[in-house]
Design a binder for this molecule. Sequence first.
Ligand SMILES: Cc1cc2nc3c(=O)[nH]c(=O)nc-3n(C[C@H](O)[C@H](O)[C@H](O)COP(=O)(O)OP(=O)(O)OC[C@H]3O[C@@H](n4cnc5c(N)ncnc54)[C@H](O)[C@@H]3O)c2cc1C
Ligand code: SF4
Ligand code: SF4
Length: 397
Amino acid sequence: MTLTESAPPKAERWTAQWKELYAEVVTTGLCTGCAGCVVTCPHDVIGYEHSEGKYLPFHLEEELGLDNCIHGEKGCTTCTRACPRFRAWEPAADMHLFGRVREPEEMGGIWRALYLTRASDDMVHKIGQDGGLVSAMLIWLMEHDYIEAAMVSGVEPDDAWKAKPVLARNTAEVLATAGSRYTYCANPLALRDAKEQGLSRLALVGMGCQTSSPPTMWDRKAGKVSKPFLFNIGLLCSKTFDDAIFPELFEAKYGLKKADMVKMNIKGVFQIWMKDGSFHEIDLKECHKWTREGCKNCPDFSAEHADVSTGGIGEDNDWTLTIVRTELGEEVINRMIADGSIIARPAQDDKEAMRLLRLLSIVSRRRWPEFADRAPSVGVPPPKKKADAPAPAPAAP
Ligand SMILES: Cc1cc2nc3c(=O)[nH]c(=O)nc-3n(C[C@H](O)[C@H](O)[C@H](O)COP(=O)(O)OP(=O)(O)OC[C@H]3O[C@@H](n4cnc5c(N)ncnc54)[C@H](O)[C@@H]3O)c2cc1C
Ligand code: SF4
Ligand code: SF4
């Protein structure tokens, strides 16, 4: 055997830049607006508008037109390396985190353990959306020096339901940003504040579209821009809504003013609690019209590339469904259980949560378009055919 025959195949050189990202992701409906490309661009030439109808990256320099990048022409490829929707992103992130790609039947991604958890601290538990696990974990990670701060979603000072990316640096800031807003919030944008403040050991809290970005960039060797992401907490997610749903549906049809809302949740229906103590349920079908554009092709319900993914599909609102995926996630959850920071019980006992996890993961995967890399569609069962309509009743004699 010659030397050439026995040498391992050379990895193909990665040359894709903004030009390819724009053509294959930004303009094709695959872009989720996660802001991964924006915060990692080493030349700061990708802008982002964090507002209704936008949530998309755009190129700030116009020399080569908005669809090309002069730094890309000179060899910069960071944005496509960081994009969790560019080409074969799912196998890339899987391989990096787990050393294998998911099996066809693993609709909710790869995991090591499944729990229902809640914060032991009553205040954290009460403030949290479900069991308060995410907030308890962020506080614990800071106290045990795993991280210095976390990229989370806060709200505008004059609007308690207008989400904005913020950096939480201590317990008070974690608690002030707990709970769920169902409009989009590109939490990775808080990386800029962290850089300005000299903080470089960070956790990212985000939906799957955001938490798939760090492992994708690690796998594609994006370099030092990927170093600050040390811990990844995923939020299960079917969709987010445009901000216009507040005035156009909740207020116009049901008289529910945004300023008077105290909590919302989605449990098969949109649930809204008001300051006056009233509680309202709105059919999700009515809300579909306000689905954010960037969510319409998203295949990832279960935040499949986080260290720990969290959701509220358990039997009751008091527990967080906790999907432990990585070795690091397992270490942290086990230590939190052992020192009493959280209470945990096996999630498999909650059959309905298990059924929903699989079903909703399948529903999201079915949205992935055929023109894109096929990996997210592998193993997805086709929708069941509707039962034949009953034969029409015989005509009256
Ligand atoms: C847009 C969205 C859709 C979701 N959809 C589902 C679903 O369909 N099924 C399901 O089971 N679970 C869903 N979840 C997850 C669920 O609502 C809880 O976030 C999860 O169970 C964790 O609960 P907790 O009490 O442990 O978290 P908490 O301790 O309350 O912490 C929640 C964390 O989420 C962050 N956050 C809040 N809103 C946003 C936002 N808009 N964007 C980014 N980060 C945010 C907060 O800053 C905080 O760090 C969704 C969450 C969001 C944000
Ligand atoms: S999906 Fe995220 S990383 Fe990819 S182009 Fe859109 S904003 Fe950028
Ligand atoms: S459905 Fe959720 S995870 Fe998917 S793009 Fe929308 S916000 Fe992101």
